[in-house]
Ligand binder design. Structure first.
Ligand SMILES: Cc1cc2nc3c(=O)[nH]c(=O)nc-3n(C[C@H](O)[C@H](O)[C@H](O)COP(=O)(O)OP(=O)(O)OC[C@H]3O[C@@H](n4cnc5c(N)ncnc54)[C@H](O)[C@@H]3O)c2cc1C
Length: 362
């Protein structure tokens, strides 16, 4: 895998890769990760759009980035995206995606102009006693001891944090502070979540800390993320001729594991109620979104919490991962995320497990 960073890499246009005209891609899922993969394939990889196939089990694209009206409950969005000015890959991509609202501008332009004109901030960061200002007054309320616990976690090696909870690394000095109130209400942490996850979030979002007490760290899209992000990506990809198939459930990806390498050989799908296998050749690339943060989501209400459901549903992303993982232990363990519910199931830790698996022969 080739990693790059910085605008030296971002602003240069890549040369057309050798042999790309004879390659095809199969992308499983159509969430943000899958659509980004497709956009990069056509923009930077310069793959012919008609050779890119997106297989989605649902009837609409977007995965967790949805916004839908249900007659029985009203308007539902399974997640609200808070973004910032260091979403390096995302903004790099969205500078190329045309707005579907304003001709001649990109989604990034539109987003940037909106957040300049209408920056996010809160005059009252926390309330108590049914709506009274809790007067956190932009203070972090961290003692020297609490600061030292935060610094220590930041500098601890990942391996030393395996199987530890936040309460193993922070005591009440941190947990009763305003800092912790700001942090956990922004990033959805429970005290029993993973200490490693907390460390990774601190490293990833260290630039957010100054904007935690009043939400100035955050940027928002104009509409919900389905309309502001997913639809423009779909239109962009359609303009290249990318093939979208909805209602196609991927049951499994089979691998030939021999000679020290793994090559995908077939994609087992259910299409129109019938089982089929898409055979793969050396020229096919497969991109898999394994697991999924909203697959088992349930709807709650003002008075009822949503149900916590650990079941691995047949034909979903977790079930597919379970079947893939059964072929080789290096494909990870789905059970780590299902059974260990006393630890936060990391959005970030799930998705990088599979990135652009070359098919047979590569
Ligand atoms: C409540 C909530 C709040 C969040 N807040 C933020 C935030 O503030 N800021 C932020 O940056 N991120 C946030 N996130 C995280 C972000 O939304 C997700 O990380 C991102 O949308 C995940 O995209 P994805 O493509 O990896 O997966 P998903 O969106 O889960 O997409 C997976 C897709 O694959 C499809 N699929 C699964 N299995 C199969 C199969 N077997 N066959 C075919 N298709 C299949 C699914 O239907 C789905 O469309 C939040 C998430 C949630 C749930």
């Amino acid at each position: 895998m080739y990693y790059s960073s910085g605008n030296y890499e971002a602003f240069a246009r890549p040369k057309k890769p050798d042999g790309v005209d004879s390659k095809s891609a199969y992308i499983i899922g159509s969430g943000l990760a899958a659509l980004s993969a497709a956009c990069y394939l056509v923009r930077d990889g310069q793959m012919e759009g008609s050779r890119v196939h997106v297989l989605e089990k649902d009837s609409v694209p977007g995965g967790a980035c949805d916004g839908m009206y249900y007659t029985s409950v009203g308007y539902v969005m399974r997640g609200g995206r808070e973004m910032d000015n260091h979403f390096e890959c995302m903004w790099d991509l969205f500078r190329s995606i045309p707005s579907i609202e304003t001709e001649g501008v990109s989604v990034l332009d539109e987003y940037h102009w909106l957040n300049k004109a209408d920056p996010n901030f809160s005059l009252c960061r926390a309330t108590e006693k049914q709506g009274q200002d809790a007067h956190t007054d932009k203070k972090f309320g961290l003692s020297d001891k609490a600061c030292s616990q935060l610094m220590k976690l930041y500098l601890t090696a990942n391996e030393e944090l395996y199987n530890k909870k936040i309460t193993d690394v922070f005591d009440d000095e941190v947990l009763n502070s305003n800092f912790w109130l700001y942090w956990r209400t922004m990033f959805a942490f429970e005290n029993w979540h993973s200490a490693l996850e907390m460390k990774l979030y601190m490293q990833r979002f260290v630039h957010h800390i100054g904007g935690l007490p009043d939400f100035t760290a955050l940027r928002f899209t104009k509409y919900n993320q389905y309309e502001s992000m997913i639809l423009p990506m779909i239109k962009y990809l359609e303009s290249f001729g990318v093939q979208f198939e909805y209602g196609v459930k991927v049951e499994n990806v089979t691998f030939d594991i021999s000679g020290g390498r793994k090559a995908a050989t077939g994609i087992e799908v259910i299409r129109n109620g019938a089982e089929e296998t898409i055979p793969l050749t050396e020229n096919d690339l497969v991109f898999i979104t394994n697991g999924g943060c909203v697959e088992n989501s349930a709807i709650g209400s003002q008075n009822t919490p949503s149900e916590f459901n650990k079941e691995i549903k047949p034909g979903g992303g977790w079930d597919m991962w379970r079947k893939i993982a059964a072929q080789d232990k290096s494909f990870g363990s789905v059970y780590a995320f299902r059974v260990r519910t006393d630890f936060k199931t990391a959005k970030r830790r799930i998705t990088p497990c599979f990135r652009g698996f070359p098919a047979r022969g590569k």
